[in-house]
Design a protein around this ligand. Structure first.
Ligand code: FES
Length: 641
């Protein structure tokens, strides 16, 4: 008699197994993705499956009622205590009795795909580096004396096929207490990427392990606290980068390190403290303890990368802009300041692309996957330093361009960060030259009922729209010069010294004006951005773009139309200019939740060709020509369409 046929869905994997084989064993032998934390002891419930009934012509089987064994006492106990969903069985307890079709529900799959609602980034696949394993450890024996760590390693080898797991000192320090507290049973978090034990808890741990994905920017730090079993974000938040007090932009921080003995260390200490504080804040919000964090992934630009690691960034301030290392790094989380995380928690830093194109650009590229597309795609991560990637499946180029802080509201007379009270949207009537605007924290426009908010300044997206609208309303000429009241026909254009300003808002003696200096600052920033993109297009030998993706927290708020009117980006079909939101943060989450994403990004960065803007003569030419609004010579056919 032939053995029963077992078919697993959705994978379609099938095989014949002797009667009495546990479903979990059959799944493992066929390579079916079926989770298990307790190793088949019937206590974790991760291995739940749903047996089918009836005829399945597609698979050539008919399933009768006794295709699986009846509930055993372990399942019955579990069902009584926690309740199994109708029809569900524990895969480690149910055994095969006849031909059977077994569905593995999504929540029982370890490597499931999580599709983001925001379809602008690649779907998230779950295959976390750090996984939980329940183990039973032999008790010590006077006649065969071995250490607790050695017996734990033996248990991991015998029960989980994990050989040679390293137990770092911080975990070793708590090992004896934990094993005895759990009566020689424990749950361990093992980082499979490195073969290191990251944490240990007494007995069976039912709560998932947590991971922290960090996007460390020069102005803000954004982080997501994630469930490493499901990828669910348990809490998200941000904090200002405290290094701002040492310098607004990257180069001023490099200068601070160069000019002040111990300056680099000061900045390192400040950012590490901020990361640990953020980990504690997010854990509080999620109702957990930061010691539940077993792994963190960090993406950042090269200067932040060096300062986080305690490496003096001086070399990044001068040609040839050599990095201490561009490789991905695997470290103890405590080494980069996350001292509140689990004692053995690990940290993964994505690789840098080169010079000033960092791990954040690598993360954006990972998340957007332009290397898998036919379309010629330009990705711009707009920040104090714009990081730009261009290409498609045939190759990728990258550069960074020194846009300065104007796009973030700095160097603008009434500029401020994007916070409540900041003007973020502007429209100017081309006939009357009258403005209307919207302010962060209020949904109504300034000329609508319900507009009731204190105006405090103008943020990056606001100033971009203001300048573009001024150009479209004829208040500015192509060279960026603001016209006089007579020339423009509005009293809002006010003479200030030898130039003019445009009064956007006034309330009593408080005013917000767009000054000639503001226009110049935006022109410099946008010229740098455009020139960087154009330089990459020259290098790639392309004249047109199929798609433009604006990344970064700021990129998410830029209006594509206004960016193009201003000439920030080269011409592209307007409906193909989209925002990817915080793509670097998404890339960090991908690397946190999916080991293969780490391998992908490490391979990807080796294939990206870096173009250095600082030494390319063409960059200067493009920069000068891009000073006009939108440009001295380049055509913008999609703008006219
Ligand atoms: Fe843990 Fe089945 S593997 S309950």
């Amino acid at each position: 008699m032939t053995d029963p046929l077992v078919v697993f869905t959705p994978s379609g994997k099938r095989g014949r197994f002797p009667v009495g084989t546990p479903v979990l064993t059959a799944a493992r032998q066929l390579g079916v993705d079926l989770d298990s934390v307790c190793g088949g002891r019937g206590i974790c419930s991760k291995c739940q499956v749903q047996p089918g009934q009836g005829e399945f012509p597609k698979f050539g089987i008919t399933v009768t009622g006794d295709a699986l064994s009846a509930f055993n006492s372990v399942e019955a106990r579990y069902d009584e205590k926690r309740g199994l969903k109708p029809g569900r069985r524990l895969g480690c307890q149910a055994t095969i009795q006849g031909d059977v079709l077994i569905d593995v529900p999504a929540e029982s799959q370890l490597h499931r795909q999580v599709i983001r609602k925001d379809a602008s980034s690649a779907p998230m696949r779950m295959d976390p580096a750090t996984r939980l394993h329940f183990v039973t450890v032999e008790q010590p024996d006077m006649d065969a004396p071995t250490g607790d760590a050695e017996r734990l390693r033996t248990a991991l080898r015998d029960q989980w096929d994990l050989d040679g797991v390293t137990i770092p000192l911080p975990v070793l320090q708590e090992l004896q207490t934990v094993l005895r507290k759990g009566d020689w049973q424990a749950t361990v978090a093992v980082n499979h990427d490195e073969g290191i034990l990251a944490a240990i808890w007494p007995g069976l741990r039912e709560a998932p392990a947590l991971g922290l994905a960090i996007d460390l920017g020069s102005t803000t730090i954004a982080a997501h606290l994630c469930d490493l079993a499901t990828g669910e974000v348990r809490a998200s938040g941000g904090a200002m980068n405290p290094q701002i007090r040492f310098g607004e932009d990257l180069m001023s921080r490099v200068s601070y390190a160069m000019m002040n003995p111990g300056g680099s260390d000061e900045m390192t200490a400040a950012v590490r403290l901020a990361l640990d504080e953020l980990a504690r804040t997010l854990s509080d919000e999620a109702g957990t303890d930061p010691s539940e964090i077993v792994e963190t992934v960090v993406v950042c630009n090269p200067v932040m990368h060096h300062l986080l690691l305690g490496i003096d960034p001086t070399e990044l301030g001068q040609a040839p802009f050599a990095l201490a290392t561009s490789d991905a790094l695997r470290l103890g989380a405590a080494e980069i300041g996350l001292i509140s995380a689990a004692p053995g928690a690990r940290a993964y830093l994505l690789p840098c692309i080169a010079g000033h194109v960092g791990a954040d650009a690598a993360a954006v590229t990972l998340a957007q996957a332009p290397d898998e597309a036919e379309e010629m795609t330009l990705i711009v991560d707009v920040g104090t330093n714009a990081e730009i990637v261009l290409g498609n499946r045939n190759g990728l180029l990258a550069c960074s361009s020194p846009t300065g802080p104007a796009f973030e509201g700095a160097q603008i007379s009434a500029g401020q960060r994007a916070a409540p009270g900041a003007i973020e949207r502007v429209r100017i009537d081309p006939e009357t030259k009258e403005p209307r605007f919207r302010v962060i924290g209020c949904d109504a426009w300034s000329d609508e009922p319900g507009f009731d908010v204190e105006v405090t300044g103008i943020c990056g997206s606001g100033i971009i729209e203001a300048v573009a609208e001024m150009r479209m309303a004829g208040l500015l000429d192509a060279s960026g010069l603001i016209g006089s009241a007579e020339a423009t026909g509005t009293e809002r254009c006010i003479l200030e010294g030898r130039t003019h300003s445009y009064r956007l808002w006034a309330d009593g003696d408080r005013e917000i004006r767009v000054t000639q200096g503001d226009i110049r600052a935006i022109q410099l920033a946008k010229s740098a951005l455009y020139a960087g993109a154009r330089l990459l297009m020259d290098e790639a030998g392309v004249e047109t773009l199929d798609r433009v993706t604006l990344a970064g927290a700021f990129g998410a708020h830029i209006s594509p139309l206004h960016a193009m009117v201003l000439g920030m980006i080269p011409d592209a079909p307007l409906d193909k200019v989209t925002s990817a939101g915080n793509a670097a943060g998404h890339g960090a989450r991908m690397a946190l939740c999916d080991r293969s994403a780490r391998h992908r990004v490490e391979t990807l960065v080796r294939k990206i060709r870096k173009v250095e803007t600082a030494v390319a003569p063409r960059f200067q030419e493009h920069f000068v020509a891009a000073n006009a609004i939108p440009h001295a010579s380049a055509a913008f056919p999609h703008l006219l369409a």
